[in-house]
Write a protein that binds this ligand. Structure first.
Ligand code: FES
Length: 109
């Protein structure tokens, strides 16, 4: 991959910037996020998380299954304040993405 390739579109973080922080010891998505703001944009890492995991895998050689997933915070999608204020149960997309994953010892199966 070209070093100038944008990995995180929201924060305009390049492959080279991620490569640099991995060289300084970053080993997980959250490490890279803290050092570069990668994943802190409007999409909250929905677009870039799988690319970052792939870059970590390429550079470190660590199997994808062993790389920790980024931490997600609620809400996962934008929601209306009205929905929160009325405690509506109609909004079914408010849930953790982790609910959909099968984990074993904290890792994705
Ligand atoms: S593409 Fe990285 S936060 Fe949106």
């Amino acid at each position: 991959m070209d070093k100038a390739t944008i990995i995180c579109r929201c924060e305009e973080i390049t492959y080279e910037e991620i490569e640099e922080v991995i060289g300084h010891g970053a080993a997980s998505f959250d490490d890279i996020k803290r050092l570069t703001r990668c994943g802190m944009g409007a999409c909250q890492s929905k677009v870039c998380s799988h690319l970052v995991l792939q870059v970590i895998h390429e550079i470190t050689g660590k199997p994808l299954q062993e790389i920790l997933l980024p931490r997600m915070r609620m809400p996962i999608t934008p929601i209306k304040i009205e929905t929160l204020a009325t405690n509506s149960t109609e909004f079914s997309t408010v849930k953790s993405v982790l609910d959909e994953l099968e984990l074993e010892d904290g890792k994705v199966k």
